[in-house]
Design a protein around this ligand. Structure first.
Ligand SMILES: CC(C)(COP(=O)(O)OP(=O)(O)OC[C@H]1O[C@@H](n2cnc3c(N)ncnc32)[C@H](O)[C@@H]1OP(=O)(O)O)[C@@H](O)C(=O)NCCC(=O)NCCS
Length: 204
């Protein structure tokens, strides 16, 4: 989940542009959005159950708003501010979600966020896509830290973070307001050294 942040990217002295990647996993192709993805993005990400536990998805989410959002990605890549990718099924190219990293280059860290279309929940797609994003963040962007938050009432997202091997770092009480209610967030993080240890542990 992307949250408000006192941590927003200061204008870095040396901007390192990001070459938008396509990541492939066992079941998924995770690629940059194209303008033609706008209708599906609005329909799937704009579902009330996806909007409910995220902070930055407009509601209602119109195709025009999705087009505008996709139109911001070139600048995001050019300024090195982040990566936002469409998750599609390898077999059918069905759009099943989105995953992103919001990069803070000054601190070599990024915030991880993801969503999966409601019809595809609980099939491991968020974990698979976010795992590929962690690998990309540590191996290609050379990040030192990746962190993520979830609302306490969204334990499925917490489970994704646990399955990724991220460590619980604490609770941010009333950190955000959603629909006029303050929400507690759980904070999870992973360091590059944790990632490397995990990779070594999983090699044969
Ligand atoms: C959170 C979300 C991304 C999970 O996507 P997903 O593809 O279903 O996730 P995965 O299948 O990889 O893993 C889900 C895990 O949560 C578990 N889970 C599901 N509902 C749960 C619940 N109510 N309580 C506890 N665990 C739950 C699943 O059993 C699974 O764990 P397991 O593999 O150990 O059985 C998806 O529900 C979503 O998009 N929600 C709306 C948007 C959102 O909240 N994004 C994250 C913001 S931080």
């Amino acid at each position: 989940m992307s949250t408000d942040s006192a941590d927003t990217n200061p204008a870095p002295a040396n901007v390192t542009p990001i070459d938008p990647p396509t990541l492939t996993t066992k079941r998924l192709v995770i690629r940059p959005y194209r303008l033609r993805d706008a209708d599906e993005t609005a329909r799937l990400a704009g579902h009330e159950k996806v909007v409910d536990t995220t902070l930055n998805i407009p509601s209602p989410y119109t195709p025009d708003a999705a087009r505008d959002w996709i139109g911001t990605h070139d600048e995001m890549y050019q300024t090195g501010a982040g990566v936002s990718l469409r998750i599609g099924l390898k077999d059918s190219d069905a759009h099943v979600g989105g995953v992103g990293l919001r990069v803070n280059s000054r601190h070599s860290k990024a915030e991880l966020g993801y969503w999966i279309a409601v019809d595809h929940w609980n099939q491991g797609y968020a974990t698979e896509a976010a795992g590929a994003m962690l690998e990309y963040g540590f191996n290609t962007l050379n990040l030192n830290r990746v962190y993520a938050h979830y609302m306490m009432r969204n334990p499925a997202s917490g489970r994704v973070m646990q399955k990724l091997g991220m460590a619980r770092e604490g609770r941010l009480r009333h950190h955000v307001r959603k629909n006029d209610a303050y929400e507690d967030l759980e904070l999870y993080g992973m360091l590059r050294s944790d990632w490397q240890k995990r990779q070594q542990g999983s090699s044969p």
